[in-house]
Design a protein around this ligand. Structure first.
Ligand code: GDP
Ligand code: MG
Length: 751
């Protein structure tokens, strides 16, 4: 039946950033997307299968771009894919260009460039809900007729109109239709330019290289651009000819590259003439009235800081209940393992290694979910772009622009996507500096460390302003700010000495505020939570086992296991006699004293065993280095174990203290175990000063192999990840040292 192989088709999605491309892509392809990188470059490649399509069709989500000028890496890949110049991606059979219906004029600039590719094209007017609520009137039928292509209106975030897009793509692939050259936006260019371009094209073809006019145009317009460099590799002589042609053009009054913008906007305006009616700019709309305050130079900044402060205040309060629930589940799990497995290595591995390790990390899930929910709400309602605008001025004092704000803001979630988001920064020096300071932003993996230390060692009872502001919340907020504050002088120094040059200007449009979409919130939070669980389940699972083994071996555990067995026998006997008669006071007193004796044996055996373990040996070796920070060897070892991923410290501490626990209650929280830790002379190990020093160390250190790998990939060199690692580790050590010394000077080292 299928003797005729059906050729797979492909469709490319293209559009300005933030027009809803990814939303439409997800709606069209469901979960079939494959995400990777274009080989050889750091641009993300995203391909999915068009669902419910008669012809098997791939959908390519191209990077968002304002133009095909091929200046940034994203644009270069985009235009290469569209021209069929990449061997890894076939040339698309059709293009879907996504347009923000509330901003037709600027979006049609890209459309005018897309038209010149000569591929069958479908235009999607997305953000239709916004266009309607903001009362834009667009004569879609007339527009479609003028441009000679189909136009579909959608609200991609709510999946409205997606079926129409699917149908239209089907029709486009079924009967591809060309457009008449009369519509060629290029006709708007000055005549001299057209002549120069055609001359160059024929010169090239006489040398056996035939290029479409579009590419020759770009070669001429984009000085030192992608196409110029490509051509110069084949025959260096082209550079001379290009510069002569440009000189002739300038001499006859054609300003490169300005004329292109002018010509294309003239074309765009002609297409839209009489078809679009925008509401009169109404400066008293609610959104604008809000913005008069929120984007105000100082008030806006104060509001932003207050808002972040409030968020961190409420995280601890909101997460308390689900955290308790996770903690008690962990206890139940450990108890039931103990019911069924006899004392020994296996039981210790399960209870002290795996359940204690993973449980102590999972407990932070509620906080992470809540933080992400807040960030997603702020992003989706439109506040985040205001924040970028407000901090732009501040960023420019250190030589960066508001464009670096979103990558840095997303680094508060995780530096990996944050660093990848710097691809949208077209100034390469700005981009490098942003990449190098992004790991200083306090990512979600640091949150568990802060929360553990804060909840264990910062008194919870201290409240200010009538109970609304807690000391715990203040410390949590301060820890999130430390990295960002330290990043300021570092960015300034890098910009000044390592990457000198003019800062770039930053333009951004602010849509009116809207209610966040529940679906988007759910997706964002779910994604982060799933990523966190995966990490806890893989990396942390493995480290837990390694750390457990290092803390369990090479000691002889027979004495300990026997003591535990004896203890359980006594405890069972006690249970039985309690059931029989609860009033036998003398007997239960005997029981208690023999229980206490066995317990003492167990405690002693445990702490001897962990002292003599591999972990203990390593610990004594590093103790002199970490002692000035106020740390004992256990904190030192746990910190070293967490260099691949910082949140591992929790699991490691969980395992170490569980193995060497000084009390019987193994299911007791990590917090209590830490509070009970003492130096050999009996002083408690942990104090507020120690907790602050640990937190500052974790705030500043580059303990994340994924981040370092990402820096390597994005900068395409080992120099920068090594640089980041060294400077952040030094910063962390000395930061922690200073913190501890100051804090103990203030008397915070005693409890
Ligand atoms: P991309 O940058 O082009 O890939 O855009 P995204 O798909 O990431 O969307 C950017 C933002 O616009 C997200 O917050 C979406 O929820 C939102 N969005 C997408 N489509 C629509 C739409 O049709 N209407 C509205 N109001 N918002 C949308
Ligand atoms: Mg996208």
């Amino acid at each position: 039946m299928s003797s005729i192989a059906i050729k797979r088709k492909s469709v490319a999605l293209i559009g300005n950033p933030n027009t809803g491309k990814s939303s439409l892509f997800n709606a069209l392809c469901g979960s079939s997307a494959r995400v990777g990188n274009y080989p050889g470059v750091t641009v993300e490649q995203k391909i999915g299968t068009l669902l419910q399509s008669a012809i098997p069709t791939d959908v390519i989500d191209l990077p968002g771009t304002y133009s095909l000028a091929a200046r940034s890496a994203d644009e270069a890949v985009t235009i290469d894919v569209l021209c069929g110049a990449r061997s890894d991606t076939p040339r698309p059979d059709a293009i879907v260009v996504i347009v923000d219906a509330t901003n037709l004029e600027r979006n049609l600039y890209l459309v005018s460039q897309v038209f010149e590719l000569g591929l069958p094209t479908l235009m999607v007017l997305n953000m239709w809900d916004r266009a309607e609520s903001e009362k834009h009137r667009i004569d879609v039928g007339q527009l479609s007729e003028r441009l000679g292509i189909s136009v579909v209106c959608t609200t991609a975030s709510r999946r409205a109109g997606v079926e129409k897009v699917r149908d239209a793509i089907g029709r486009l692939l079924d009967a591809p239709s060309g457009r008449s050259d009369a519509l060629f936006p290029r006709n708007e260019f000055p005549k001299v330019f057209l002549e120069e371009s055609e001359k160059l094209q024929s010169q090239l073809s006489s040398r056996g290289v035939s290029l479409p006019l579009l590419e020759v145009d770009r070669m001429l317009i984009d000085r030192d651009g992608h196409f110029e460099r490509n051509a110069a590799q084949k025959f260096p002589g082209i550079l001379q000819e290009l510069s002569e042609a440009r000189q002739r053009l300038e001499a006859s009054g054609v300003k490169i590259p300005l004329f292109e913008t002018k010509s294309r906007y003239a074309w765009v305006r002609r297409q839209l003439d009489g078809l679009v009616e925008r509401p009169p700019v109404n400066s008293t709309s609610l959104s604008d009235r809000i913005d008069r305050w929120l984007t105000h130079r100082w008030i806006g900044l104060i509001f932003f800081v207050l808002l972040m402060f409030l968020i961190f205040q409420s995280i601890t309060a909101l997460a308390a209940w689900p955290m308790e629930w996770i903690e008690s589940t962990q206890g139940i799990l450990q108890n039931s393992v103990e019911q069924f497995i006899a004392p020994g290595a296996l039981r210790s591995l399960l209870v002290d290694g795996i359940v204690a390790g993973i449980g102590s990390v999972l407990i932070f899930l509620p906080q992470i979910a809540i933080l992400f929910l807040f960030i997603a709400i702020l992003e989706d309602c439109g506040y985040m772009s205001r924040a970028a605008f407000v901090v732009d001025k501040m960023m420019s004092t250190v030589g960066l622009s508001g464009r670096s704000f979103l990558p840095l803001m997303s680094s508060f979630a995780c530096a990996v996507p944050g660093i990848m988001a710097t691809r949208t920064i077209d100034n390469s020096r700005d981009r490098m500096v942003t990449i190098l300071i992004a790991p200083l932003m306090s990512c979600s993996a640091r949150l568990p460390v802060y929360v553990l230390m804060v909840s264990a060692f910062v008194p919870s009872g201290i409240k200010y302003l009538g109970g609304w502001v807690s000391l715990q919340g203040i410390v949590l907020f301060a820890m999130h700010s430390v990295g960002a504050l330290v990043a300021i002088p570092i960015a300034w120094a890098l910009r000044r000495y390592a990457f000198p040059g003019q800062p770039s200007t930053f333009l951004m449009e602010l849509h009116s505020y809207k209610w966040p979409s529940v679906y988007v919130l759910y997706q964002r939070v779910f994604e982060r939570v799933a990523a966190f669980i995966t990490r806890a389940g893989s990396l942390i699972f493995c480290t837990s086992i390694v750390v457990w083994a290092a803390g369990y071996f090479p000691g002889d555990h027979t004495k300990l296991d026997n003591a535990i067995r004896e203890m359980e026998k006594i405890a069972k006997g006690a249970d039985r006699s309690n059931e029989g008669n609860q009033e036998v006071a003398g007997e239960s007193g005997d029981l208690r004293s023999s229980l206490e004796a066995v317990q003492k044996n167990i405690n002693q055996a445990r702490s001897e065993l962990i002292d003599r373990s591999f972990l203990g040996m390593a610990g004594r070796w590093i103790e002199p280095v970490v002692k000035p920070l106020g740390w004992d060897w256990k904190i030192g070892v746990a910190t070293i174990a967490s260099f691949p991923a910082r949140e591992v410290i929790i699991a490691t501490l969980g395992t170490i203290y569980s193995l060497g626990a000084n009390e019987n209650e193994e299911s007791e929280g990590l917090k209590e175990q830490m509070r009970a830790e003492t130096w050999p002379d009996g002083r408690p190990v942990y104090s507020l000063a120690t907790a602050l020093s640990v937190m500052v160390f974790f705030a500043l250190c580059a303990q994340c192999s994924a981040t370092l790998m990402t820096i390597q990939r994005e900068t395409n060199s080992w120099k920068w990840p090594i640089f980041s690692f060294v400077y952040m580790t030094l910063l962390a050590y000395f930061g922690a040292l200073i913190t501890y010394q100051i804090a103990s000077g203030l008397g915070l080292a005693a409890r």
